[in-house]
Design a protein around this ligand. Structure first.
Ligand code: SAT
Ligand code: MN
Length: 604
């Protein structure tokens, strides 16, 4: 059919948007075009359609009102980094860590696949705002998709519908996302980013980060590009407010790779001894932060999203009670197991599985089979307003001031529980060289250490070395820079046992950081950073053996020689764009570690 441009004209004042929708419809030829307004009536209608098509399965509405299950194609269960491309005019702009394709080639190839691809289908036009509506941080995006699952998820994950069209008004300044599920043939799957055109075309996958284009595609890859030109940062970071017993709140932004516990840290329940004293934690965001220098010279952050797309397995009343509460209603579950009573289940829920469970593919599941009932990367989508500890500042247009930046990975060895940087450059070095064991969030081997700078390896929209230089440059604009720390909740002893209990107990480590800022806690200087001694941490009510704690905090020279060696190799791989300051710092640390020359103590 020929797209109905008169409808477009009544929906939007933006000529550029109307024209772009017309052009995309001419290419993909949908039977119907539906402009999403974000209303409750629309939600009910789309849910009915998704149920009728089998895209959603109704869960037990008494136990979980407003909750549905989606089973994705078994070959389409995680982000596919090998099929994700940055399409800049030159390969150097994308850098050595990104897949690159020339824009003409990518557009040409995808145009071929997209031709008539929505015939017999509906094209949903999904306008959305990233960031609090009316905020100077906020940006408008529009996703065109043939997936009702995507439409329903975007409604949870973003401020979607009318508000976005109002914010866009008659402007042409919006992110252009075109998504088509196609036939899920791995040979016809590509996620292509065109930063210069503020455009993403994603074809052949219906899964999370591949298909919800607001998330990793726009809020990280395209936004990181924009941030570099405009002087701000788009980061793979959660944001939390930590309230002390005096009622003062300090904001922390923390970067961890996918599936390393960002959502758990973002809605942490304090351990009983700290809860009693009045410590509280409030969530601003669980995955992405946009950071700008405020008029006061501090670094301020917003969460561009409005919902959480979290990993289900391992989520339990013990690991994340707040998440368990927020999942009681109005949530979409993807690839979890289903009990005979229509409730959900996953490994690590700390609830015994009922008899007669269906696994994530809808097959009857035998607990003794050794197979997982829920896919390891199964997910929940839930609106932030469901979160019992949502920060009252989560919608603040000005964001929140950040005092602490944390980088963290999943490391069985080497990296101590916490390491404080000596200054901004050292902190950037820590982020740039951080490593983590791979998880199920992306396809590929799980448990292999890879360098994942700032947890942005799969999400940085330009050359990694230039990105580090941008981080270093930000320092001159920030009058009062946040203090930078590295953490590792996942260190193990030789027997393979975790040395630190993690979860709520991690607040003790955060408290040490806040005390460091206030000059109230001590630390030990090592060649690679400052570590607390066991007596520097508040361990009231915690039962962890002194031996384990010492091991968790140890900086082992042999391990660190190997670590620095590996970081050096990574610099070689990144090549000439690695900033000289970072190379210099690297050499200094190697020297200090091996007892050559005096270590430099820079001012924070
Ligand atoms: O699939 S997503 O990219 O949205 C989630 C993640 O990997 O962090
Ligand atoms: Mn993430």
């Amino acid at each position: 059919m020929t797209p109905n441009s008169s409808e477009a004209n009544t929906m939007t004042k933006s000529r550029a948007l109307a024209d772009w929708v017309t052009e995309a419809a001419r290419l993909t030829q949908p039977d119907r075009i539906v402009w999403c307004d974000g209303s409750e009536e629309e939600n009910e209608r789309l849910t009915r359609e998704a149920l009728a098509a089998g895209t959603l399965i109704k869960l037990n509405q008494e136990k979980r009102p407003g909750c549905y299950l989606h089973r994705s194609n078994p070959n389409d269960v995680a982000r596919t980094e090998q099929l994700t491309f940055i399409c800049t005019p030159t390969k150097d702009e994308a850098g050595p860590t990104n897949n690159w394709m020339a824009p003409d080639e990518a557009y040409g190839k995808l145009r071929g696949w997209l031709k008539g691809s929505m015939r017999g289908r509906t094209m949903y036009v999904i306008p959305y705002v990233l960031g609090p509506v009316g905020s100077h941080f906020a940006k408008v995006g529009v996703e065109l998709t043939d997936s009702v699952y995507v439409a329903l998820n975007m409604r949870i994950m973003t401020r979607m519908g009318k508000a976005a069209l109002e914010m866009l008004d008659d402007s042409d300044d919006f992110g252009r996302g075109l998504h088509c599920t196609l036939d899920l043939d791995p040979e016809r799957k590509l996620i292509c980013h065109f930063p210069q055109d503020n455009t993403v075309w994603s074809v052949g996958s219906g899964y999370g980060g591949n298909a919800l284009l607001s998330k990793k595609c726009f809020a990280l890859r395209i936004a990181s590009w924009a941030g570099r030109t405009e002087g701000w940062l788009a980061e793979h970071m959660l944001i939390v407010g930590i309230q002390n017993p005096k009622g003062e709140t300090t904001y922390v932004a923390a970067a961890f790779p996918s599936a390393c516990g960002k959502t758990n840290l973002a809605m942490l329940t304090p351990p009983p001894s700290m809860l009693e004293k009045g410590w509280r934690v409030f969530t601003v965001g669980d995955d992405i932060a946009w950071l700008r220098v405020g008029p006061d010279g501090r670094l301020w952050a917003i969460n561009p999203e409005a919902g959480y797309f979290g990993v289900a397995p391992g989520t339990s009343a013990r690991s994340n009670l707040n998440a368990m509460r927020m999942l009681e209603h109005d949530s979409i579950f993807t690839n979890v197991a289903m009990a005979p009573d229509g409730d959900v289940w996953w490994e690590g829920m700390d609830v015994d599985p009922a008899d007669g469970m269906l696994d994530w593919q809808g097959r009857s599941w035998d607990p003794k089979s050794g197979q997982k009932a829920a896919h390891p990367n199964s997910r929940f989508t839930t609106p932030m307003k469901n979160n019992p500890v949502l920060s009252p500042e989560a919608d603040n247009r000005n964001g929140v001031p950040i005092s602490v930046i944390i980088f963290g990975g999943r490391r069985a060895t080497t990296m101590p529980l916490v390491l404080e940087s000596y200054d901004w450059t050292h902190g950037v070095y820590m982020g740039a060289t951080m490593g983590s064991e791979t998880t199920a969030a992306a396809t590929g081997a799980v448990g292999v250490v890879r360098r994942d700078p700032m947890a942005m390896l799969p999400f940085c929209g330009y050359n990694m070395g230039d990105y580090w230089a941008h981080w270093l440059k930000m320092r001159s604009a920030i009058k009062k820079p946040p203090r930078i720390f590295m953490v590792n909740w996942f260190r193990k002893n030789e027997k393979g046992h975790f040395l630190w209990p993690g979860y709520g107990e991690n607040l003790r480590v955060l408290k040490w950081m806040l005390d460091r800022i206030d000059g109230k806690a001590n630390a030990l200087d090592t060649p690679v950073g400052r570590v607390p001694r066991p007596e520097d941490l508040d361990l009231t009510g915690l039962h962890v053996s002194p031996e384990h704690l010492r091991e968790a905090l140890a900086v082992n020279p042999k391990e660190w020689n190997a670590e620095l060696h590996s970081a050096g190799e990574f610099f070689t791989q990144i090549g000439s764009t690695v900033p000289e300051e970072l190379r210099h710092r690297h050499a200094e640390m190697l020297d200090a570690l091996n007892g050559n020359g005096a270590r430099r103590h820079a001012q924070a």
